[in-house]
Write a protein that binds this ligand. Structure first.
Ligand code: NAD
Length: 245
């Protein structure tokens, strides 16, 4: 990863921060794009001091095309290029389909799906020009298997898997690979919001009987982002303790 520049969206905390840390440990320079501007800067500084790599934190809203284009230009100007893009920013707004508010549908689709397209479009241009790059999208197993109470979220993550395949087909001949990682139930701020009953229900579905960690997801992301996966594109790896087979 030495000499590579990696952008991680939503990298200020949680799974994104774990991904940024693994990439930095492997020698990559890491640029965190997160709507939490201050936290993006603090996480970037902490990673720089822990791993001795160049880092930057930028306030970016992935739903806003102008914000994404500006961040892409700034990243290229400051770092010299972008080799790796991890589309990780995502939210949940859970509720039963019949009672779901339109705003909750729109917000989740805007961040989780449109945000991935927006960042792929902006950074993809840079990668296609350079004729190299690797993009990893963070989907979810519920995009494959569905989940009661997550109509918006599961639709957005199924969309991410479809978008991954289409981007992979469009970019393959120009040396840019696009893959996805679909985490199962991972312990983060996002899943801490679940009720005990929801948590128990999820845990019962995991053949390995335990929750995953952000590090478990990050290791698979780093593999797909690296040259070790040079002949892999358009694929989704489920990192879920066997929840989906
Ligand atoms: N935690 C899990 O069990 C789990 C399971 C499957 C998939 N995922 C996916 O993993 C990814 C990370 O989730 P997490 O659990 O670390 O969540 P998290 O809430 O801890 O982190 C999400 C990050 O995204 C950022 N973000 C939110 N909206 C943004 C926007 N508009 N622009 C830029 N950044 C924005 C947040 O500020 C935050 O730093 C998400 O895509 C999520 O859907 C998580």
């Amino acid at each position: 990863m030495q000499g590579k520049n990696a952008v991680v969206t939503g990298g200020a905390r949680g799974i994104g921060e774990a991904i940024a840390r693994v990439l930095a440990r492997m020698g990559a320079a890491v640029i965190i794009w997160d709507v939490l501007d201050d936290q993006a800067g603090a996480t970037a500084r902490s990673i720089a001091s822990d791993f001795g790599v160049k880092t930057a934190g930028m306030g970016v809203d992935v739903t806003n095309g102008e914000s994404v284009e500006k961040a892409t230009d700034r990243t290229v100007a400051e770092m010299g290029g972008i080799d790796i893009l991890i589309n990780n920013a995502g939210i949940t707004r859970d509720g039963l389909l019949i009672r779901m508010k339109e705003d909750d549908w729109d917000k989740v689709l805007a961040i989780n799906l449109k945000g991935v397209w927006q960042c792929t479009r902006a950074v993809g241009r840079v990668m296609l020009k350079a004729r190299r790059g690797s993009i990893v999208n963070i989907a979810s197993v519920v995009g494959v298997m569905g989940n009661a109470g997550q109509a918006n979220y599961s639709a957005s993550k199924a969309g991410v898997i479809g978008l991954t395949k289409t981007s992979a087909k469009e970019f393959a001949s120009r040396g840019v690979r696009v893959n996805a990682v679909a985490p199962g139930y991972i312990r983060t701020a996002m899943t801490d919001k679940l009720t005990d009953e929801q948590r128990k229900r999820m845990q019962d579905l995991i053949p390995m009987g335990q929750l995953g960690t952000p590090g478990d997801v990050a290791d698979s992301v780093a593999f797909l982002a690296s040259d070790a996966a040079r002949y892999i594109t358009g694929q989704t790896i489920n990192v879920c303790g066997g929840m989906v087979m």
